[in-house]
Design a binder for this molecule. Structure first.
Ligand code: ADP
Ligand code: MG
Ligand code: ZN
Length: 612
């Protein structure tokens, strides 16, 4: 079938028509009364009196209209007024006018040519109205209210969705091999829909990309369109939520209408959770009417369109658990494509993709960067490469070095260095002991990741120093022993402060937070406590958004959990205390060295630790 590519724009004639109608009404109703007020009608005898009194200046005779228009001076205001009077068969008039010295002629002096009249009263206003209409339309479109005007309320404008060529391909998306494989089928369907139609195979109408923020969901959707070389219609869920009730639904309708005209194509709905949330059963005030209308319209459209035509709907969300089940039903978004945080290999690949356009020194080790960025998303990795390039420029170099990359990893993780932060000598000493405390406890346990860097240069994130530990490979499963040693390492900072200075500071607040969370997880979710065994006492809420959990047990159990968390952290702290007491000489030696150098590498640290 031939697709209809007519642009959905309102032609000039549309505005002209509105203008004509307005003018017609004005002419019929408003102008006559306005004119009537300007020209005073005067009786004939009154007119004669005015002539005799010398008040009349000029008289124009209009035989056709059967009237005389004259200009007279108003005696009370002393201003000229235009008057008219009906023609009266009067032979003495001419003589009378001459006697009074009045100028007279047989035509109306102020009358324009009919053509000029026509232009002034019709063409000029039409053009003005058209211009105004177009300007209004533009402003409204810019505001995202979609070309709304008196006659097309509830119709959204075409231009905001379509993007002809995204220019992104699967080559630009690194890692995420599973997601790419799942999307490959959609690409081939868009390229040759006939092949599928011949067999009678139906492809799913929609696929849902789910995963944490910054993992490349939007990028993947664009890449599908780019690979298949089809138009990309994209709209974000939040754009549907409109000021006016009904506009969201109208936008959905319009979006699908356009997509149908441009098929094959991709329709991408970003942040679908904003409209696709579970419809609640009576929230009282009915404040969600708009969202629900929009969602209903979306469901209707998805059911309504012909799947064989080649319109594929992709949607992205990082809160799949909150979506309305109706959206996930077969025939709608029944395909779910996970887009997870990249693993070690994925991270290295993403770093390489973003390093493509950047001048790098020959010996940069992307693997080392990838290992140091466990848990980072694609967006963060892209940011790390860019920060490194910026740093190289700041340093006046024209290539990026390994140092730039490592520094930028820390920048992205911990914020910029605060070179001019003012710390007293004593405070610096405390920070130094604190960090060495962490490192020493880590190094003296067999199950923890090796220390790679220790620094006491403050960061903009608020950290006064930190100890970096990088695992050798990718951690997929973490053993109980590993977690226990991690817990002890977290308590090592404050343990060192206590041991050396006999008092503690506020510096351990972040460690405490992490330790508590870890200990809680071990007890409530990983079944790592003797007392509870394999019972889930907490459930994770937002799978992809910062591990938010809620209790799933009785208050009596909640109390027991708290007790256990305290006990677990206390035992970890006891272990750290023991390690530090056993290695007190090394603690002093290392802290002094760190205080002097401010930043030391893992090798330097190990060399001093292993020195006799
Ligand atoms: P999401 O939509 O999942 O939140 P985006 O697709 O908007 O994430 O990703 C943001 C940016 O991060 C992308 O423009 C890209 O530069 C980078 N990025 C994320 N994931 C990847 C990846 N897998 N490969 C390459 N770049 C990526
Ligand atoms: Mg996105
Ligand atoms: Zn600490």
């Amino acid at each position: 079938m031939l697709s209809n590519n007519k642009p959905n724009r309102k032609p000039l004639i549309y505005y002209a028509l509105i203008a004509m109608m307005t003018l017609f009404l004005l002419n019929a109703l408003v102008f006559p009364s306005m004119l009537a007020r300007q020209v005073q009608e005067v009786g004939y005898s009154e007119f004669l009196k005015m002539v005799d009194a010398g008040a009349v200046k000029t008289v124009s005779l209009d035989q056709e209209a059967g009237q005389m228009v004259f200009i007279a001076t108003d005696s009370s205001t002393n201003r000229d007024v235009v008057c008219k009077t009906a023609l009266f068969p009067d032979d003495s008039l001419r003589q009378r006018l001459e006697d009074a010295g009045v100028e007279f002629s047989a035509e109306i002096p102020t009358q324009n040519s009919p053509l000029l009249n026509f232009i002034i009263s019709w063409i000029v206003p039409i053009l003005m109205f058209s211009a105004m209409g177009m300007a209004m339309n533009k402003i409204l479109t810019k505001r995202g209210m979609g070309g709304m005007n008196a006659m097309s309320f509830g119709k959204a404008n075409a231009k905001i969705y379509a993007e002809k060529e995204t220019g992104v391909t699967f080559n630009d998306v690194a890692g995420e091999e599973e997601a790419k494989e799942a999307l490959q089928e959609i690409v081939s369907f868009l390229e040759t829909p006939e092949k599928y139609a011949k067999i009678g195979a139906k492809l799913p109408k929609g696929a849902l990309l789910v995963g944490p923020p910054g993992t490349g969901k939007t990028l993947l959707a664009k890449a599908v369109a780019g690979e298949a070389k089809v138009p990309f219609f994209s709209i974000s869920g939040s754009e549907f939520v409109e000021m006016f009730v009904g506009m969201g639904a109208a936008k959905v309708r319009d979006l699908f209408k356009q997509a149908n005209e441009k098929a094959p194509c991709i329709v991408f709905i970003d942040e679908i959770d904003t409209i696709g949330k579970k419809r609640d059963t009576g929230s009282g005030l009915g404040g969600n009417d708009e969202r629900e209308q929009t969602l209903n319209q979306l469901l209707t459209e998805m059911d309504g369109f012909d799947g064989k035509k080649g319109v594929v709907i992709l949607a992205a969300t990082n809160r799949p658990e909150s979506l309305d089940p109706a959206l996930l039903r077969p025939g709608r978004f029944d395909r779910r494509i996970p887009v997870e945080l990249p693993d070690l290999r994925g991270r290295e690949a993403i770093l390489r993709v973003h390093a493509r356009g950047i001048k790098m020194e020959g010996n940069v080790d992307m693997n080392a960067i990838a290992r140091a960025t466990s848990g980072a998303s694609g967006a963060e990795l892209a940011n790390i490469i860019n920060e490194a390039a910026l740093r190289a420029v700041r340093m006046g170099r024209d290539t990026v070095t390994q140092d730039d990359l490592m520094e930028s990893v820390e920048t992205v993780i911990a914020g910029y260095q605060r070179k001019n932060a003012v710390l007293s000598e004593h405070e610096k000493q405390i920070v130094s002991y604190h960090e060495i405390g962490h490192a020493l406890v880590a190094a003296k346990q067999s199950n923890s990741a090796p220390v790679t860097k220790i620094t006491i240069i403050p960061r903009t994130s608020g950290a006064l120093g930190y100890t970096m530990q990088v695992d050798e490979g990718e951690m997929v499963l973490m053993s109980k022993e590993y977690l226990l040693s991690r817990l002890a390492t977290l308590t090592g900072g404050q343990a060192a402060e206590q041991l050396v200075f006999g008092s503690i500071t506020t510096g351990a607040s972040n460690d405490i937070e992490k330790a508590t969370k870890l200990a809680r997880g071990m007890i409530t979710r990983y079944g790592m406590s003797e007392n509870f065994g394999m019972v889930a006492l907490e459930t994770v809420n937002g799978q992809y958004l910062g591990q938010d959990t809620s209790l799933a047990c009785s208050p009596a159990y909640a109390e027991k959990i708290d007790d256990q968390v305290v006990a677990l952290v206390a035992s970890a702290r006891a272990k750290a205390d023991q390690i530090l007491r056993d290695n007190e000489a090394k603690l002093h030696e290392l802290a002094k060295y760190l205080l002097e150098k401010e930043t030391i590498t893992g090798e330097e640290f190990m060399a001093i630790l292993n020195r006799e």
